[in-house]
Design a protein around this ligand. Structure first.
Ligand SMILES: Nc1nc2c([nH]c(=O)n2[C@@H]2O[C@H](COP(=O)(O)OP(=O)(O)OP(=O)(O)O)[C@@H](O)[C@H]2O)c(=O)[nH]1
Length: 267
């Protein structure tokens, strides 16, 4: 529980991609708390400013580039010694920014491969985020036999925990089963599967939450949860018809991954 009584400072940061699928990180300039630590560029939202304008301003000021479009991603509250911050991260696709990168505040910047970051130290609040970036944004398959996707390190599979073998890194487990076990299974990453919003608070320790969406009502509930802001990556599992209807709205609201249930697809 968050017991810090200090007022929350609103911060925005951008997770910017290039056409190779790498992420832009920059170091904090001299004179700021945690100088030399690596972060996603961004900064405090000014009074009366909206988050998107703050993001655009910070990128222009710090790195000299123009952000044209950004979609919300994760939010996080973190209590530092120097401040109690509410962070909102946005994802910026390779085609959604332009300009030549310049270190305008004497900082360093680097393109990094998710899952294989070579710069350090990172800001302490960002650990879970960096892990989330290695989770692909598009997967397909069937829950019962396993899901497949790809990240910069190669193939990425998620298998049912009940069938997992030691070499399987990513497993999924139903929230009801998780409640019975009382603890997360041991795996590099654990996907908790839910069917409704009421289960969301119970899966906050998972690495990824996968919402099994069966109808329009559940699809709308996903939009509502994303609009509130989520602090861990939310993936949606749906068939082709629901994907066609809702994919754009889920993406715009900040879904991490779309997982196509291809059970009904022709073989
Ligand atoms: N920009 C950025 N800030 C982050 C990240 N993660 C994280 O915990 N923070 C925290 O969010 C706060 C951002 O404030 P800042 O000092 O960068 O803000 P700013 O550029 O507006 O600075 P200023 O006060 O000198 O104008 C800091 O407390 C920083 O530690 C991140 O990935 N990017």
């Amino acid at each position: 529980m968050n017991q810090d009584a200090r007022p929350l400072i609103r911060v925005v940061a951008g997770v910017v991609l290039n056409h190779d699928g790498d992420y832009l990180l920059s170091s904090r300039p001299e004179g700021k708390p945690y100088a030399g630590y690596w972060e996603f560029a961004g900064g405090k939202v000014e009074p009366l400013e909206n988050e998107m304008d703050a993001l655009k301003r910070e990128f222009a000021e710090e790195l000299g580039i123009t952000i044209h479009r950004a979609v919300p991603w994760l939010t996080k509250i973190h209590a530092y010694e120097h401040a109690h911050v509410h962070l909102r991260f946005f994802r910026v696709a390779a085609d959604d920014w332009s300009g030549r990168l310049q270190a305008k505040e004497g900082q360093q910047w680097s393109w990094q491969r998710a899952g294989d970051f070579t710069v350090s130290p990172m800001l302490p609040a960002n650990d879970a985020l960096l892990k989330a970036l290695a989770v692909p944004t598009e997967l397909f398959g069937r829950l019962n036999t396993g899901l497949r996707g790809e990240n910069r390190m190669g193939e990425y599979r998620v298998v049912p925990f009940a069938q997992a073998e030691p070499h399987h890194e990513n497993v999924w487990i139903d929230e009801n089963e998780l409640a019975r076990r009382g603890k997360l299974p041991e795996a590099k990453s654990v996907w908790a599967v839910i069917d409704e919003a009421a289960q969301w608070p119970r899966v906050q320790d998972a690495d990824v939450v996968l919402w099994r969406v069966a109808d329009n009502t559940a699809a709308e509930a996903v939009c509502a949860l994303l609009t509130e802001g989520v602090s861990l990556p939310l993936a949606v599992y749906a068939d082709a018809a629901l994907m066609r209807r809702f994919a754009e709205r889920w993406r715009a609201a900040g879904v991490h991954a779309l997982v196509l249930n291809d059970e009904t697809a022709p073989v």
